[in-house]
Design a binder for this molecule. Sequence first.
Ligand code: ZN
Length: 342
Amino acid sequence: MRAVRFHEHGGLEVLKYEEAPEPKIDANEVLVKVKACALNHLDLWLRQGVSDWKLPLPHILGSDISGEVAEVGSDVKGVKTGERVLLCPGISCGKCEMCFKGLDSACRSYTLFGVFVDGGYAEYVKSPEVNVIPIPGDLSFDEAAAVPLVFLTAWHMLFTRAQLEPGEDVLVIGAGSGVGSAAIQIAKLVGARVIATVGADWKLEKARLLGADEIINHSRQAIDEEVRRWTGKRGVDVIVEHVGAAVWEACFNSLAAYGRLVTCGVTSGGEVKLNLQGLFGRQRSILGSFMGGKAELLEALKLIGRRKLSAVIDSVFTLQEAAAAQRKMESREFFGKILLRP
Ligand SMILES: [Zn+2]
């Protein structure tokens, strides 16, 4: 099959469009003919190399996958050849305490497609049967591939970690990111008031169309000052954050008493200062979040199938153009998900 692989870590030039062996499935696995695969910032980290993670090389990236079932293993009963499916990105053991609690991403053997197993930058990918989910409603393959990782992450951040309540004020950092665009929609759907940030003026209107009540251009406005003004000096109840160091202080200063800051990423760096007085005095919480459980994805998919929530697609590239697609992601000149089609 054709696939995009890298044989060593490095810049965009290490991505090679080449011939690779077609995956062989076990009895409990399913072979999926990939129709679309969405990019995530994770792909860039993995290509460059993450010091704690020793990836199998050569490696195929891609955590967000939709496609058609091409073949099923002999023990697979719930999935049929030809079915239109998307893949739950997280792979866990399904047998441990955390898995039974629905906290799959805390499973000790947790991984994602495109991390310790091959992903969707290819014509075919193999998947455990339990990760295969029928595409809900009339979603296209592109729309289905753009959903899983970011909606799962945003859902877990807002509900499981921050325990968002109707009517609360939510600050979403980076409306144009996948997680940001999902978080704005989910928060609005449950009756929150949302203030979102963007880094360029051309993204303002797009953030407004997603439902944001107020939008800050953080390249020329101070996030904490704007939040103070918008909330009458009170601050916001929940912050969805994935940028890290560059916005940390402004975010912390924007939290109301009993506010919860949830973070799932560090694209601008992971070392920050913490004012403990501001933490305990105002009884604030700082929460880490990583992916989520399959059950959370199924909940989000119900609403996606009914078009109450939808993935935002920025652009579609061919598989062969994977390096150009990643370059676009690095440039930040996008709003929503960037997709590859084999
Ligand atoms: Zn487990």
